[in-house]
Design a protein around this ligand. Structure first.
Ligand SMILES: [Zn+2]
Ligand SMILES: [Zn+2]
Length: 156
């Protein structure tokens, strides 16, 4: 999640830390999800860098090109015959795996409905849902949490 780097001061309110197993009450702005301790970098739940996340819409293409080349790839969507051109850059290995039309999830679902592959739609939805695990996961107080000496500060 990209938080805006706003310098504006915002109202603090009572929040419950959403870090799994924490649940501590702290004061934060409305978008704060974690207590001061779990806001530290080492606790950050890095959803966007999970490799599976990348592979939903992209593919890893290992190559050894040292200059930019253009490749023709097949759309990875079941039943789509489209090919698309991708520029391959040196030392960059993540590339789209769907043709431009099917980079949109809605269009992929439409396509799968048309060819009667509802099973693949289910599979696709399960894949994207598994990355929204931070919302309300593992609530509950943890009385054993170490005393946090951090001063509550405005993170805006
Ligand atoms: Zn916490
Ligand atoms: Zn396609």
């Amino acid at each position: 999640m990209q938080l805006p780097k706003s310098r504006r001061r915002q109202k603090l309110r009572e929040k419950r830390c959403q870090y799994p197993g924490c649940g501590k009450i702290f004061f934060g702005i409305h978008i704060s999800k974690y207590c001061p301790e779990h806001r530290q970098d080492r606790y950050r739940i890095r959803k966007r860098t999970k490799p599976e996340d990348v592979n939903i819409k992209n593919q890893t293409y290992k190559h050894t090109y040292t200059e930019v080349v253009t490749m023709v790839m097949d759309c990875a969507l079941e039943g789509c015959e489209h090919q698309f051109e991708v520029k391959i850059y040196p030392r960059q290995y993540i590339y789209p795996k769907y043709c431009p039309e099917h980079r949109n999830e809605y269009k992929r679902i439409r396509h799968l409905q048309l060819i009667g592959r509802d099973d693949l739609i289910e599979e696709m939805k399960r894949e994207s849902e598994s990355f929204e695990f931070d919302q309300g996961a593992l609530g509950g107080e943890d009385e054993n949490e170490a005393v946090d000496a951090d001063v509550v500060d405005d993170v805006a």
